[in-house]
Design a protein around this ligand. Structure first.
Ligand code: PGA
Length: 259
C-alpha cells in the first residue's frame, strides 16, 4: 500500500490546456491579464497553448512564474511527417512541457498506448517535461474496468522510462466522460483512480518515486469545484481545459492549489 499521506512533499501543478483556442492576439491578451493575477502562486503554473501561440507565450511569460507547454509532439526527430512537430523543435524554442496522450488525441487522431509511449520517449530525450494523460471512457467505467484501463495506459506509456526520468513526468487522470461535459468526477472517484495510478507507479519504480509523483485530475475542473478536488490526498493539481480560457477562473483554481 502506497503511503499517499505525503501530499506536502509534492508540488501541486495547475496546467491550462487551451486546446484549439486563441489566436496570437487573443493569447497575448489572456496571458497579460493572467500573469499579474497568478504571480504569487504557491504551486506550479503552466499554460499549454496551440503551436501557433508558443512564440507569443514564450515572449509574454519570460521571467514570470508561468511555464509554457505544447499539446503534442511527434516521436521522430525530423523527417517526412507532414503536419507534425518534433519534441526537439519545441525544446529548441524554449518550451518546457508537452501534453501527451490527451483523450482527444486518442479519440479523434488514432493515438494508441504505443504511440503515446513513443511520444513520451521522444519528449524526454529532447529534454522536455511531460504531462501524460490517462483516463477511461464512460463505457469502460460502467463495465467496471477503470482500474485495468488506466493501469494499462500508465504502464505502456511509461515503458522504457527510468526512475530519474519519471521526475520529469506529471500524470493527469482525465476520465473521458468528464472532459468538457460539465460532469466532474466526484472528489472520491478522482482520488481513488489517482491513488491507483500511484500504486502502479510504485510497482514500476518504488514507493518513494510514486510518493513524489505529481498526479493531476482533469475534467470539468473549475473555480467552484477545484478546492474540494485539490484537497484530496492523491490529487496534486489539475489539467484545466475550458476554465483555463478565462484568467479569473484559472486564477481561482491556481489559488485553490496554493496552500
Ligand atoms: P475541461 O478539459 O476542463 O474543459 O473538461 C480538460 C482537459 O481536456 O484537459
Amino acid at each position: 500500500m502506497v503511503n499517499s499521506m505525503k501530499k506536502e512533499l509534492r508540488r501541486a501543478v495547475i496546467a491550462g490546456n487551451w486546446k484549439m483556442n486563441k489566436n496570437r492576439a487573443e493569447a497575448r491578451a489572456l496571458l497579460e491579464e493572467l500573469v499579474p493575477m497568478v504571480k504569487d502562486a504557491d504551486c506550479g503554473v503552466i499554460v499549454c497553448v496551440p503551436f501557433t501561440d508558443l512564440e507569443t507565450a514564450l515572449e509574454a511569460l519570460k521571467g514570470t512564474n508561468v511555464a509554457v507547454g505544447a499539446q503534442n509532439c511527434h516521436w521522430e526527430a525530423s523527417g517526412a511527417f507532414t503536419g507534425e512537430i518534433s519534441a526537439g523543435m519545441l525544446a529548441e524554442m524554449g518550451v518546457e512541457y508537452v501534453i501527451i496522450g490527451h483523450s482527444e488525441r486518442r479519440q479523434y487522431f488514432g493515438e494508441t498506448d504505443e504511440t503515446v509511449n513513443r511520444r513520451v520517449r521522444a519528449a524526454l530525450d529532447a529534454g522536455l517535461k511531460v504531462i501524460l494523460c490517462v483516463g477511461e471512457t464512460l463505457a469502460q467505467r460502467e463495465q467496471g474496468i477503470t482500474g485495468e484501463v488506466v493501469g494499462l495506459q500508465t504502464k505502456v506509456a511509461l515503458q522504457g522510462v527510468s526512475a530519474g526520468e519519471l521526475k520529469r513526468i506529471i500524470i493527469a487522470y482525465e476520465p473521458v466522460w468528464a472532459i468538457g461535459t460539465g460532469r466532474t468526477a466526484t472528489s472520491a472517484q478522482a482520488c481513488e483512480v489517482n491513488h491507483l495510478i500511484r500504486e502502479v507507479a510504485a510497482g514500476l519504480y518504488s514507493e518513494e518515486a510514486a510518493a513524489a509523483l505529481t498526479i493531476q485530475y482533469g475534467g470539468s475542473m473549475n473555480a467552484k469545484n477545484a478546492e474540494e478536488l485539490l484537497n484530496e490526498e492523491d490529487i496534486d493539481g489539475g489539467l484545466i481545459g475550458g476554465a483555463s480560457l478565462k484568467a479569473p477562473d484559472f486564477t481561482a483554481i491556481v489559488k485553490a492549489a496554493s496552500r
